[in-house]
Design a protein around this ligand. Structure first.
Ligand SMILES: Cc1cc2nc3c(=O)[nH]c(=O)nc-3n(C[C@H](O)[C@H](O)[C@H](O)COP(=O)(O)OP(=O)(O)OC[C@H]3O[C@@H](n4cnc5c(N)ncnc54)[C@H](O)[C@@H]3O)c2cc1C
Length: 442
């Protein structure tokens, strides 16, 4: 029997867990969600301003290797008919050129000198690591050179990753790259450099996006059957162990599942040892400011999103062609960009000068003319990217180890400090619901 459960946070993780518990037979009143914001959805929220819809934490797409989870997410939001199916078209803007993504599969799109630098470096790195048998370096900057060579490092990986992570690349580890940074065979890179097209990265080659309401339509859909169990605008302030259960702001529960960021728990959970509190507080993460640029023009190249690696392209590192995701994302005859600017969570949130800098950068990159801009809108999200520095694994292990000892269950992207997309949050919520729903051993 499922115990009386408090779920902290009504983002995709908390909402999915509540839904799986109730679908698994838990009594309705045994599940309570606490949500600080006035609406559900967390990082999956979207906003519509004057007919332009955008995702508040950067352009979101629905894709999962787990077909059952993708179906579950689609069904929750109205089924296939409620989604637009898109081919992923991603490119890198390089001066006046478009370079195929991933970069090492697009070398022929580069100016000849840059193509030569990249190819030379790639072959040298390949030769070095296949003859000396060296293992992948732990520091990310060193890993980039070991894997891709000096040319690709100089022309793309260093400037792009510097923009995203806002740190020296060797401050990061290479742990997070597996499965995230494409890993092309050398034959493909050689073919690409002489102009024979190779694909390189078929992951997410087709994705889905809600026709109406932005990505938030998915979390709204998941929330549909559990909304009566959600307490909105109710930030949890204190969690105290009492007997075999917990008090959440003074209210008793048998068990608590937290999707709140680990970095926030020391100020909320009472009785935490000092070293655990330190480990949690010192976990590093980046924030993001997303700027919608509404445009007075209809036509856009058929792109999904693009990468802007260079400083002269302004502070945005990625631009989503938001109006290409769904015809409902912009009024007829108009279009939109969604520009992502990351910042170290400890740095000041960029002021109102950011919009001007972003637009000037896009203008220099040849993506828009200032006179086409109708208006901008922005949202800053504090917890956006986990930063995988060298202390990350030890700090996270200490944090999760203690939570396990005391029986406070962590779930979600920042609840467990992992690089999870929404589908992975659903997969983990499904597994946790199965575990919590199992009869307890006496
Ligand atoms: C830039 C970017 C792009 C992304 N792109 C994609 C994509 O294309 N596709 C995809 O599937 N995923 C994408 N993701 C990942 C996706 O957004 C997350 O995996 C997912 O939304 C995390 O959900 P969550 O429920 O674990 O956490 P959250 O959404 O962070 O939910 C936590 C909830 O807890 C609430 N809360 C916080 N403090 C308190 C408190 N004290 N009391 C009560 N409630 C509280 C918050 O308001 C929030 O609603 C992207 C993420 C980022 C940052």
């Amino acid at each position: 029997m499922v115990k009386n459960t408090a779920i902290l946070g009504a983002g995709v993780s908390g909402l999915s867990l509540a839904r799986f518990l109730l679908e698994g037979g838990a009594a309705r009143d045994s599940v309570t969600l606490f949500e600080a914001a006035a609406e559900v959805g967390g990082l999956c929220r979207s906003r519509t301003v004057s007919g332009f819809t955008y995702d508040l934490t950067g352009g979101h797409i629905l894709y999962s290797k787990d077909a059952a989870v993708m179906r579950w997410m689609k069904n929750a939001a109205g089924g296939d008919g409620a989604f637009v199916e898109k081919n992923r078209e991603t490119k890198i803007r390089f001066g006046e050129r478009w370079v195929h993504y991933p970069f090492e599969n697009g070398l022929a799109d580069l100016p000849r000198e840059a193509n030569f630098d990249c190819l030379k470096g790639y072959v040298e790195a390949w030769h070095r690591r296949t003859t000396d048998g060296s293992r992948a370096p732990e520091a990310f900057g060193a890993w980039v050179r070991w894997r891709f060579g000096d040319g690709i490092a100089k022309h793309f990986m260093d400037p792009y990753n510097g923009k995203v992570w806002k740190r020296e690349l060797d401050f990061l580890t290479s742990d997070w790259v597996a499965g995230r940074v494409p890993d092309a065979p050398i034959e493909d890179v050689l073919r690409s450099a002489v102009g024979i097209r190779t694909e390189g990265y078929t992951h997410q080659s087709i994705f889905y996006y809600p026709r109406k309401g932005g990505f938030q339509a998915i979390t709204d859909g998941i929330a549909g059957t559990v909304m009566d169990r959600v307490r909105l605008a109710t930030p949890v302030k204190e969690i105290v162990r009492e007997g075999r259960g917990w008090l959440v702001d003074g209210e008793p529960f048998d068990q608590v599942v937290s999707t709140l960021a680990l970095t926030d728990l020391p100020r909320i959970v009472r009785g935490m040892p000092a070293d655990v509190a330190r480990a949690m507080s010192e976990l590093e993460f980046n924030s993001i400011t997303c700027i919608l640029v509404a445009l007075d023009r209809a036509e856009q190249p058929d792109l999904s999103w693009i990468y802007l690696p260079h400083d002269e392209q302004g502070p945005a590192n990625r631009v989503t062609y938001m109006s290409n995701y769904s015809p409902e994302n912009a009024p007829r005859g108009k279009s939109s960009f969604l520009c992502e600017v990351t910042h170290d969570s400890r740095a000041k949130t960029p002021g109102s000068e950011l919009e001007g800098q972003v637009i000037a950068g896009l203008e220099r990159a040849g993506l828009l003319s200032r006179s086409e801009v109708l208006f901008t809108d922005r949202e800053t999200t504090r917890h956006a990217y986990v930063v995988f520095d060298h202390a990350y694994a030890a700090r996270r292990a200490r944090a999760l180890g203690w939570l396990e000892e005391v029986g406070l269950v962590p779930l979600g992207r920042f609840g467990r400090f992992e690089y999870d997309n929404s589908d992975q949050c659903v997969i983990k919520a499904r597994a946790l619901a199965a575990q919590l729903g199992r009869p307890q051993a006496r």
